[in-house]
Design a protein around this ligand. Structure first.
Ligand code: NDP
Length: 325
């Protein structure tokens, strides 16, 4: 089959389009023909070696496609499914754990299904896991027009919260407003000034929670914009890892809480996975979340997809389309 292979850590150039043997499903797995593979920021951390990975490996963990064969005969061949946590998804075929997939309902486009689970379940656990969101809550979301950013904003807006979104361009500002952000800001080089601007918009107070996927460049700002006893949720490092800091700073900024969560701990059991996956599918079906998928890249152009994602050129979710001869 055709696949993307990483043989050494590095930049997007280490993503090689190549021919490789089909995967062999293990126990509890089934073989799927991939139609679209989801591209996530975490894929760039594994590629660069920031997160532990052992080359050679095929990147990607989620996607959408048709079941080729289910050894247990429970799922009919041809059934359209979406999955999470199947390493090797940037390929024509992948072995998927039967407990980490959902059927794709009619009316949900395959490119949407391919990118809904990781970012959708992340948005879900951030709002219903890390913290129980209540109507009237105030929050800041950084990278507000990215894959997670747009879904998180829509889910949060539906819970009657106030969302201050931060983005880097006019197009992204427009998308963040359309997703339901109350007010959209730019990072600029404002630092503390941006925190003050947001507090002013928030009635002179810090916010209840900051959801920050940017990391190094926004961490100090996150401490400054959070109100007393509020939560700084640092869930990603698109700009690099947060520098070490003194925990006393949490006290100085108002007895803040800090968490650095990851999805795997919030879908730790199959039951929790199913609960969050079904909530995401429901939100898409009932229109609470309208997924925005960046124009798909062909599998062989995975390199370009990573380049654009890291150069902040994409909006919404990113997918690779697998074309078959
Ligand atoms: P995005 O689509 O949000 O892409 C990243 C965005 O980050 C860019 O579009 C850009 O938006 C912003 N950004 C700010 N500074 C930089 C920088 N220096 N370099 C690159 N991008 C920058 O990606 P995802 O939705 O896939 O992921 C968003 C974040 O959430 C990532 O940090 C990811 O690791 C994290 N994540 C964490 C999970 C968890 O469970 N902990 C699960 C899923 C994602 P702008 O131009 O508007 O600033």
């Amino acid at each position: 089959m055709k696949a993307i292979l990483v043989t050494k850590h590095g930049g997007p150039e280490v993503l090689e389009y190549t021919e490789i043997a089909d995967p062999v499903p293990g126990e509890g797995q089934l073989l799927v023909d991939v139609d679209y593979a989801g591209v996530n920021y975490i894929d760039t951390y594994f590629r660069s070696g920031t997160y532990a990975s052992e080359p050679p490996y095929i990147p990607g963990t989620e996607g959408c496609g048709r079941v080729v064969d289910d050894p247990l005969g429970e799922i009919a061949p041809g059934t359209l499914v979406a999955w999470h946590d199947a390493p090797g998804s940037y390929a024509e075929k992948v072995a998927v754990d039967r407990n980490r997939l959902v059927a794709v309902p009619e009316g949900v486009q395959p490119e949407v299904a391919a990118s809904m689970l990781l970012q959708g379940m992340t948005s879900h656990y951030l709002l219903h896991g890390v913290r129980d969101t209540r109507p009237g809550d105030t929050m800041v979301i950084t990278a507000g027009a990215g894959g997670v950013g747009l879904i998180l904003t829509q889910m949060a807006a539906a819970l009657e919260t106030t969302v201050y979104s931060i983005v880097s361009s006019d197009e992204k500002e427009d998308l963040a407003y359309k997703a339901g952000a109350t007010k959209v800001f730019r990072y600029g080089d404002k630092g503390s000034a941006l925190a003050e601007e947001i507090k002013e918009a928030n009635g002179g107070k810090g916010v209840n929670v900051v959801y920050d996927g940017v990391g190094r460049d926004t961490f100090q700002f996150a401490l400054e914009v959070t109100g007393p006893r509020g939560l700084v949720c640092s869930f990603g490092s698109a700009s690099g890892d947060v520098e070490p800091f003194k925990i006393q700073e949490l006290n100085q900024h108002g007895a803040l809480f800090l968490t650095r969560p990851s999805l795997k701990h919030y879908v730790a059991t199959d039951e929790e996975f199913l609960m969050r996956a079904q909530a995401v599918v429901r939100a898409i079906e009932d229109g609470t979340v309208r997924m925005r998928v960046h124009p798909p890249y062909e599998l062989k152009n995975a390199r370009k997809a990573h380049e654009d994602l890291q150069a902040r050129k994409t909006t919404g979710s990113v997918v690779l389309k697998i074309e078959r001869d």
